[in-house]
Write a protein that binds this ligand. Sequence first.
Ligand SMILES: NC(=O)c1ccc[n+]([C@@H]2O[C@H](COP(=O)([O-])OP(=O)(O)OC[C@H]3O[C@@H](n4cnc5c(N)ncnc54)[C@H](OP(=O)(O)O)[C@@H]3O)[C@@H](O)[C@H]2O)c1
Length: 199
Amino acid sequence: MSYAIIGFGNIGQALAKAFARKGIEVSVATTRDPESFAADAAAIGPTIIPRTLAEALKADVVFLAVRFEAHPEVAKALPAWDGKTIVDVTNAYGVPPEDLGGQPSSKFMAQAFAGGRLVKGFNHLGAASIAQDPAVQGGRRVVFLASDDEGATAEIGRLVENLGFSPVELGGLSEGGLLVQARGKSWGQLIFKDLVKFD
Ligand SMILES: NC(=O)c1ccc[n+]([C@@H]2O[C@H](COP(=O)([O-])OP(=O)(O)OC[C@H]3O[C@@H](n4cnc5c(N)ncnc54)[C@H](OP(=O)(O)O)[C@@H]3O)[C@@H](O)[C@H]2O)c1
């Protein structure tokens, strides 16, 4: 399984730190030449590989760590998303619900990545929390996952565990998934709830 993080700002770099902590290779890409952020990637760890967007999008699992408004631009960089899993880390806070046809933001986004399987995850945590060691006082920091594809949820759940976090499945994007989606200027009830699970 190969991984990429699209967007290398606050959240992209925090996710990269989680991958680096476990020695898992991940490509990172923005709109810029990879040389321009190579030093930042190297500072995080040797498994963080700067690439062009086109190269990074060859990965099986693509984390979207860009502003919600930038997702159509990323989506059109590939003619088809079949066989790929997209992890939507965005928060559509402030996006008018009518711009999304009243749909949950991830449901709206999934249409742009036709053929791919979309999982919402990691977006309820601030970048500083994602960047920290998820092993907390004998427990593991929780990552909520929501998707309309149970197989994709299970796949990302295994990755979440490999990264040292504890996955908690919320169900479909329009059901439990609403708890982790901003709508207009309101936040889903689980957003910013930094929880730890003790097994
Ligand atoms: N900050 C947080 O604590 C936090 C927490 C949870 C969720 N989120 C969500 O995570 C997302 C990213 O937030 P952030 O704070 O990390 O934003 P940010 O610091 O502004 O980083 C955004 C990144 O996306 C890249 N980018 C923009 N357009 C792109 C495109 N078309 N293709 C590829 N890369 C592109 C930018 O690079 P270039 O412009 O240089 O290409 C930049 O590296 C947002 O949706 C936000 O709501 C943020």
